[in-house]
Design a protein around this ligand. Structure first.
Ligand code: SF4
Length: 154
């Protein structure tokens, strides 16, 4: 079977929202490097597993990085995707490359780096534009920060 898609679940978040059922852990200073190393160490076993199941990894058509809060992963997103392609000897030419981003966990420069690299779809974790409902959702950012932190998307 041919494989043309990659999903990565980045599990760390600045704050654990009260309604959330996703697998997540609280972000700390070591989270990014530990997760990067974990993924690198997983590639060889992943390769073995795919071979044992007769899966063939082809050039990726879609990449999705979800979470958690993958915008906290910073430059390691680009570093890992480059490493992944080199490891499996793939060309980098995804039709759709998506990443989830939360207000307060990225800058205009970090988004520009991702776009320059090839990310063409951002999933913004705003959850509500209703000022009354927003506090119930227990997000890490404040309602007034939504527009300020995401204005360059609109
Ligand atoms: S930031 Fe997203 S993934 Fe993290 S706890 Fe909140 S809702 Fe869940």
């Amino acid at each position: 079977m041919e494989v043309k898609s990659l999903y990565i679940h980045y599990p760390h978040c600045l704050h654990l929202c009260n309604y959330c059922d996703f697998y997540k852990k609280k972000f700390d200073s070591k989270s990014n490097e530990n997760f990067f190393k974990y993924l690198i160490d997983s590639l060889e076993p992943l390769d073995q597993l795919m071979k044992s199941k007769s899966f063939k990894l082809n050039d990726l058509e879609t990449i999705y990085i979800g979470g958690g809060t993958p915008s906290l992963w910073g430059e390691n997103v680009i570093k890992f995707i480059k490493y992944f392609h080199k490891f499996f000897n793939l060309n980098f030419s995804p039709k759709e490359f998506s990443i989830e981003v939360d207000p307060g966990t990225f800058s205009q420069d970090s988004i520009k780096s991702l776009i320059d690299f090839g990310v063409n779809r951002f999933s913004l974790g705003i959850q509500s534009f209703d000022k009354e409902i927003f506090p119930i959702l227990d997000r890490s950012h404040k309602f007034d920060e939504i527009k300020k932190n995401t204005r360059f998307f609109f």
